[in-house]
Design a protein around this ligand. Structure first.
Ligand SMILES: *[C@@H]1O[C@H](CO)[C@@H](O)[C@H](O)[C@H]1NC(C)=O
Ligand SMILES: *[C@@H]1O[C@H](CO)[C@@H](O)[C@H](O)[C@H]1NC(C)=O
Ligand SMILES: *[C@@H]1O[C@H](CO)[C@@H](O)[C@H](O)[C@H]1NC(C)=O
Ligand SMILES: *[C@@H]1O[C@H](CO)[C@@H](O)[C@H](O)[C@H]1NC(C)=O
Ligand SMILES: *[C@@H]1O[C@H](CO)[C@@H](O)[C@H](O)[C@H]1NC(C)=O
Length: 227
């Protein structure tokens, strides 16, 4: 699932400060550090980190008072126990990311203002390859058909992903889903005796998962007997 803010809205916000917008992509469950770019913060008075449409203050360093404040009870506690501030650089680390943490983060210090647009992607499962038994009901039992094994690679309830079959390193076929969270399946027909290596790859913009096909294992059971 991809959560991105509408771009022109971002440009509007960036225009107010003008130091730029950095896009950051992260997989659910991972951690991310938003870097201030400062090597030391002694020349700053205040370092402020804000999040979301209401510019909610989530963390701050008062350099003069050498105090760090983490407001992780704000916004329904979605940041609870997930924020860390680096004492030296003021950089903000968010751990165990969920889709609730996607959005715009704003850093403001005396010398720096920066915006970070955080996109959160689903952690991808390994796709599942199975024998396509739905074809078994077709009455045709000609010998030309029976030398083939019908397979299907599938995943459930995902959005923003592509599912592909590869033969060696070459792409054979693919199918994509953008917005809706749906189940995907992609068929493949192989000969029982095929010695090529096949793999099914699931990917989104930032990661992928691969399942290798074992023809002898999947296709042997129920091999049609030629009479
Ligand atoms: C990460 O967040 C999820 C969802 O909020 C929670 O169930 C899980 O226990 C957290 N994991 C860790 C290591 O904190
Ligand atoms: C897929 O989504 C549907 C509807 O949201 C849900 O009922 C079903 O349990 C989900 N299946 C899996 C395997 O997550
Ligand atoms: C899907 O296949 C089409 C046609 O072969 C190719 O142009 C496209 O780049 C492929 N997309 C992905 C995500 O692999
Ligand atoms: C999957 O990877 C291909 C090739 O790297 C890329 O073109 C495609 O956009 C990716 N799919 C998604 C849904 O991001
Ligand atoms: C899968 O991701 C790895 C890096 O994590 C990359 O090297 C590889 O090319 C990707 N494979 C495909 C088929 O996109």
């Amino acid at each position: 699932m991809v959560h991105m803010l509408v771009l022109f809205y971002l440009w509007h916000l960036v225009g107010v400060f003008g130091d730029g917008l950095k896009s950051v992509s992260v997989t659910e469950g991972d951690s991310v550090t938003l870097n201030t770019g400062l090597t030391e913060i002694m020349y700053e008075d205040l370092i402020l980190w804000r999040f979301g449409a209401k510019n909610t203050l989530i963390a701050q360093i008062d350099v003069m008072a050498s105090s760090i404040t983490i407001n992780d009870d704000v916004l329904d506690g979605r940041f609870r126990d997930r924020l860390k501030l680096d004492h030296q650089t003021g950089s903000l680390t968010i751990t165990n990311i969920t889709t609730d943490h996607a959005g715009l983060y704003k850093l403001l210090t005396n010398s720096v203002s920066k915006d970070f647009s955080l996109s959160v992607y689903s952690r991808l499962p390994v796709p599942v390859i199975s024998r396509d038994t739905s074809q078994c009901t077709s009455s045709s039992s000609s010998s030309s058909l029976s030398s083939y094994c019908l397979l299907v690679c599938s995943v459930v309830n995902l959005s923003g992903v592509t599912l592909s079959w590869y033969k060696g390193n070459s792409l054979l076929s693919n199918i994509s889903v953008s917005d809706l969270s749906i189940s995907l399946s992609l068929p493949l027909e192989v000969e029982y005796q095929d010695k090529n290596t096949y793999s099914c790859v699931l990917n989104n913009t930032i990661s992928n998962q691969t399942q290798h096909l074992d023809i002898s294992k999947l296709c042997s059971a129920g091999t049609p007997v030629l009479i």
